[in-house]
Design a protein around this ligand. Structure first.
Ligand code: TEU
Ligand code: CA
Length: 558
């Protein structure tokens, strides 16, 4: 495997709207990001992925872009962005932008022109199709609920939108559009961004017959996802994209791909793959309901371990996955993957440890490093996320009471991860001096950066040690390139693995159970303990006893 500059790096996702507000408008901004670079550097972060900061009407929080060449004024100016690039560079840090090119905003001038003349030049930038007998061209349900086709008033035309109706899908069969996109991507790369996180990219290939599928919900529609799964050929589009852009700049790319098939893994993230890496969503997918959030499933430990081990083993001879426990679309990992008795500091540290030391690129999501959790919100009006409103409605339509539908949102809502970052114990968690755009989690008084920086036993202090260990001179190679070897894979409640490279070996042992557990492991007592979340470790000869929620990382025998 050829070594690449990004292999041994640690990445961190910033959701700019909720990171840090410097001008009191209640919304995070670029100056806020700049002011926290030293904090991130201290944490051990190298690569920063910024969720979208382009000009946008924010129907889907910036994932609806109306001008790819402008910074939205809520976040600041292009000058601020250039300062961010320069300040990051000074600290040997890399800025990765979000690339949203499956769709744009309905306010983008391309779409505005297209609407005026669906049969004209710009109409071909999108998918305009005529309906049949007063019905849309097919029965696709958009990801956010409702038909994926929106009627153009005063015409027979509908346009396709896999997400919100304000996010029309771009026509990747049109070379002119592709040229516009490639030019734009290269423009940002010329500017000095290190690469991109590539949004919803698996959706760009459409089945142009737009055939309907058997309905899969009470609304008589079928998820547009069925079309994505049934169509082949996305690889050609992705290769063309790479050749015309990323490859020319050795850019780092991380793709959002949900339905990876084993035989395609090599094409996606192999040595000459379409992307540098892609997120492993196998654990997240476990809870996805068949119809929506209302029938989502709680995650069982055995399944969690099984799917993560599976993707680790499947990918290690091919390339690198990007490992996350949460992002801006997912509820907080602590609430999702830990049983109730483990949703505390020890459990949080344990979850972080097993994730960060996996083979692949660790991505932390803002607030994860202080142990942020889902936020209780009492009324649907107080949720901002468009997806949450759609899912709430779907739950009501499926017969849920309002109270139960709200509980569905508490467990699944994307706003759980989007509440403002908690910097200190002053009003609004120190995020803003104004009124925050989204509720601050009331637990900010105990759970915040300032308090945790001052406590050597905090989750934050632990994350610092964890990242430092991963990047330490002695162990960096084994954590980056070492193979992943499962251990105790049939032992209830134990998440354990070894990372092995040449004559180096590290063992990670975690007890997700409620009771202590004794494990027999050859020469465990001879290994130095590199890290643990509960200091009194009981080891003797070939035996180790792990308390509930205890994790230990043991190094190579001297
Ligand atoms: O997400 C794509 C995607 O598949 C998710 O929307 C997912 O289906 C959903 O969040 C599950 O709850 C990307 C972005 O990450 C997301 O924020 C955007 O809303 C979406 O694309 C549209 O751009
Ligand atoms: Ca602001």
């Amino acid at each position: 495997m050829t070594k690449k500059w990004w292999h041994d790096k640690v990445a961190y996702q910033i959701y700019p709207k909720s990171f840090f507000d410097t001008n009191g408008d209640g919304i995070g901004d670029l100056k806020g990001v700049i002011s926290k670079l030293d904090y991130l550097k201290e944490l051990g972060v190298d690569i920063i992925w910024l969720s979208p900061i382009y000009q946008s009407p924010f129907v889907d929080q910036g994932y609806d872009i109306s001008d790819y060449y402008r910074i939205d004024e809520t976040f600041g100016t292009m000058e601020d962005f250039d300062t961010l690039l320069a300040e990051a560079k000074k600290r040997n840090m890399y800025i990765v932008m979000d690339l949203v090119i499956n769709h744009c905003s309905d306010q983008h001038q391309w779409f505005q022109k297209a609407l005026k003349d669906p049969e004209g030049e710009y109409g071909d930038y999108f998918y305009f199709r005529k309906g049949t007998n007063g019905n849309p061209p097919s029965n696709y349900r958009s990801y956010f609920g409702g038909s994926a086709w929106e009627k153009v008033p005063g015409t027979d035309y509908y346009y396709l939108h896999m997400f919100a109706k304000e996010q029309p899908d771009l026509n990747w069969n049109n070379p002119k559009l592709l040229n516009e996109l490639y030019t734009m991507i290269n423009w940002w790369l010329e500017k000095g961004v290190a690469g991109f996180r590539i949004d919803a990219i698996i959706n760009i290939k459409k089945d142009l017959s737009f055939q309907s599928f058997p309905p899969d919900g009470p609304d008589g529609l079928a998820s547009v996802w069925r079309m994505v799964e049934s169509v082949n050929g996305v690889g050609d589009l992705l290769e063309d994209l790479k050749k015309n852009t990323f490859e020319k700049y050795q850019a780092f790319t991380v793709a959002e791909v949900f339905n990876m098939k084993k035989d395609e893994l090599i094409e996606f993230v192999g040595e000459n793959g379409h992307f540098s890496t892609m997120f492993d969503f196998s654990a997240h997918s476990l809870s996805f309901g068949e119809h929506g959030w209302y029938d989502s499933n709680p995650i069982q430990f055995e399944d969690f371990r099984k799917v993560l081990f599976h993707s680790q083993l499947e990918c290690q001879d091919v390339g690198f996955l990007a490992n996350i426990i949460e992002n801006h679309d997912e509820p907080r990992g602590v609430n999702r993957y830990l049983p109730d008795y483990a949703q505390n500091q020890d459990g949080t540290k344990m979850l972080g440890t097993i994730s960060v030391l996996l083979r692949g690129l660790p991505f932390l999501y803002q607030g994860q490093e202080i142990g942020m959790q889902n936020c209780p919100i009492d009324s649907i009006e107080d949720y901002n996320d468009i997806n949450t409103h759609g899912e709430y409605q779907m739950a009501l339509d499926a017969g849920f009471t309002e109270e139960d539908a709200l509980q569905v949102c508490y467990i699944n809502s994307r706003d759980n991860a989007r509440t403002p970052m908690q910097w200190d114990d002053t009003v609004n968690g120190g995020f803003t001096s104004g009124k925050p755009w989204l509720k601050v989690n009331p637990n900010y008084k105990e759970l915040n950066v300032k308090t945790e920086l001052g406590d050597e036993n905090s989750v934050l202090s632990y994350y610092k040690k964890l990242i430092a260990l991963r990047k330490s001179e002695n162990y960096k190679e084994v954590f980056t390139y070492g193979t992943f070897v499962p251990i105790f894979e049939n032992e209830p409640d134990i998440f354990a693995y070894e990372r092995r490279l040449d004559n180096q070996s590290v063992i990670v042992l975690a007890n997700f159970g409620k009771e202590a557990k004794t494990l027999v492991l050859d020469q465990i007592a001879d290994r130095p303990v590199l890290l643990t979340n509960q200091p009194d470790v009981q080891i003797a000869d070939n035996q180790i006893t792990l308390k509930s929620c205890q994790v230990i990382v043991a190094g190579t025998t001297e």
